[in-house]
Design a protein around this ligand. Structure first.
Ligand SMILES: [Zn+2]
Length: 305
């Protein structure tokens, strides 16, 4: 069931991947203090369907708004970790700050398709290593364990793949795949995501996900983005999708899925759906205080990825 992928550079074949149960990973992208009010709305909506574990993709200095961690944000993320959710690294600034694109193809990919948010799409190995190390150090400083990296817009330059070989991360993902590192092995894992940057994209996303049959791959991702929270139709469709997916799949954090691929049992917390319903972190007193102190304003658009 598992397929080896080449990420665009040669890699020696590694040990076999173990078959996993049919799985779905629910990932919240672009997590930062500025986006948290919208993230929390989406996580609450998913938790209404079932107490699934989440992978929270944090951005240390989202859109260069600052890397300070307010107490309420730290407490909220700690409550999620205690619930069994996972924190993974999602870039450093979530902005493509590499030298400008030089070909029409690069321009289309970096400026149009990803609204200049593909931070790791054009970095050389040194620049990628510096950003990844800074992000890991920031997470370590706050006491948040991290073993996964998801590049903004799922775009990894060859230099980024090279940098990942030297860093203490155990997995990364692309738009269509899940990749264990050290050594590199990949498997299919399509992502279900909505694009809400324009009315046209929103309409197309709703029509596409409303009509097409669910992908049949053994493992899927449900990729939530803060912008999804602004559209009740998207939230309702996401809830219906999750409900359908859970009829035949086990919800796992990406970390637990990585462990399953290695043939290890999922960790005691952060693995599959807990048998007894545990309180959703967003309903704890810690995050009730979030509502009163979290900023309600948020930077303009959060693009797919
Ligand atoms: Zn993102």
């Amino acid at each position: 069931m598992n397929t080896l992928h080449s990420p665009g550079r040669a890699s020696a074949p590694g040990p076999t991947l173990f078959p996993t149960p049919p799985a779905v990973c629910v990932a919240m992208h672009d997590v930062a203090p500025a986006t948290w009010p919208r993230c929390a709305r989406l996580l609450e909506a998913m938790a209404e369907v079932a107490p699934v574990p989440f992978t929270l993709l944090v951005v240390p200095n989202y859109h260069r708004l600052g890397d300070r961690v307010p107490d309420w944000y730290n407490q909220t993320l700690r409550a999620h970790l205690a619930r069994g959710d996972e924190i993974a690294l999602h870039g450093y600034a979530h902005q493509d700050e590499a030298p400008p694109p030089r070909t029409p193809r690069q321009w289309w990919r970096r400026r149009v398709m990803t609204a200049a948010e593909g931070e790791f799409s054009a970095l050389d190995a040194t620049a990628a290593r510096n950003r990844l190390s800074a992000g890991l150090g920031w997470c370590r400083h706050h006491g948040w364990p991290v073993e996964g990296f998801v590049a903004p817009a799922w775009l990894l330059s060859p230099g980024t793949w090279q940098a990942l070989e030297d860093l203490p991360l155990s997995y990364t993902t692309t738009a269509s795949g899940f990749h264990l590192l050290h050594p590199h092995r990949g498997t299919d894992m399509p992502a279900i995501a909505y694009s809400t940057r324009s009315r046209a994209r929103l309409g197309l996303s709703l029509a596409w996900h409303g009509l097409r049959p669910l992908p049949r791959a053994p493992a899927l991702r449900l990729a939530l983005h803060p912008g999804d929270a602004d559209h009740p139709a998207v939230i309702r469709q996401l809830q219906r999708l999750l409900e359908s997916l859970l009829r035949q799949r086990t919800a796992l954090t990406k970390r637990a899925f990585a462990a399953a691929l290695r043939g290890q049992r999922p960790p005691a917390s952060g693995g599959a759906i807990p048998s007894a319903r545990r309180p959703y972190a967003g309903s704890t007193s810690a995050s009730e205080s979030v509502a009163s102190v979290a900023p309600s304003a948020e930077p303009a658009s959060t693009s797919l990825g």
